[in-house]
Write a protein that binds this ligand. Structure first.
Ligand code: PAF
Length: 293
């Protein structure tokens, strides 16, 4: 497995692979890799001949007071996981390699970044879209894989690729969960024991919402209340949002039909966690979990 920390070296290597006729599948990450990243890397291995992973904690997607300075760094373990999964190359740039000058050019995806996490994290998706556009230009992948756990991010990136005509296919890997349902996240490591137990209620609350829909409830307000009630009984009282939106355009809905995204963001202690389920409501009323795209 190759590791690169400069853009020029990585580009030269990717160019060589492409001249050999190989397709490149790319998994951008901020490191602290876990089973969710593993699923992305495995998906990438299915979709491309060579897999490239980037590990870069992107400062421009963190707001003031967020966890940029304490974001977990486990580089040796990350490289070992990549090696074990057959990753061909890992790109680990320093910040000065990615942002050589004051960044005065940004990628802004309008509309899709307003609901859900966009409300409380102004500038977050601008930072994500900008760094991913830069990484796509550097790695020049045929395919890039993102996790459905960060559903809004995936929709934003997909829109960016479509609207900017980037020659990259965006693919998704499913959310991977602990046995009690907690979605794997690099931020779970911030939780102490008691908070970790409470965090299991996030997915249980999403399931309470899904159950309400399965029982025939179609009114967003009461479904959202079912989720909020389950969060409260699980001891989670700092709820940033519970929202029901269309799965493709992320527009808030009053009534559930077709494919919808039920998303949650909460704070447990000082840790902000997000999760979601994408649900398809069939004509016969049956409800199934689905992929975003
Ligand atoms: O999902 C992440 O880890 C980050 O937002 C990403 C896509 C690597 C951009 O920094």
């Amino acid at each position: 497995m190759k590791t690169f920390d400069t853009i020029d070296e990585l580009r030269a290597w990717v160019g060589g692979e492409k001249r050999r006729g190989l397709s490149v599948a790319f998994v951008p990450t901020m490191g602290a890799l876990h089973g969710g990243h593993r699923a992305c890397i495995e998906k990438a291995a299915e979709l491309g001949d060579v897999v490239v992973v980037s590990i870069f904690v992107n400062p421009t997607q963190f707001g003031p007071g967020e966890d940029l300075d304490k974001y977990p760094a486990t580089l040796d373990k990350d490289l070992e996981l990549c090696r074990n999964l057959g990753v061909a190359a890992v790109f680990v740039p320093e910040t000065r390699e990615m942002y050589t000058t004051n960044q005065n050019v940004w990628v802004e995806v309008e509309g899709l970044t307003s609901p859900l996490c966009g409300r409380s994290r102004p500038g977050h998706f601008r930072g994500v879209a900008t760094v991913v556009a830069k990484l796509f230009n550097i790695v020049a992948p045929d395919t890039a894989v993102f996790g459905q756990k960060d559903a809004q991010q995936a929709v934003v990136i997909n829109e960016m690729v479509t609207r900017l005509n980037l020659p990259v296919r965006v693919a998704l890997a499913p959310t991977i969960r602990e046995p009690d349902g907690l979605a794997l996240s690099s931020r779970n490591g911030y939780l102490g024991d008691a908070d970790r137990q409470r965090a299991a209620s996030i997915y249980q609350a999403l399931l309470a919402g899904r159950d309400a829909i399965s029982r025939g409830d179609r009114t967003a307000k009461t479904i959202i209340e079912a989720v909020q009630t389950r969060l409260a009984t699980g001891g989670i009282d700092d709820v940033e949002y519970v929202e029901l939106v269309t799965a493709d355009t992320l527009e808030p809905i009053d009534r559930v039909e077709g494919r919808v995204l039920l998303g949650v963001a909460v704070r447990i202690g000082t840790t902000r966690l997000i999760d979601n389920v994408v649900l398809t409501v069939a004509a016969d009323g049956g409800v199934t979990e689905a992929m975003l795209f």
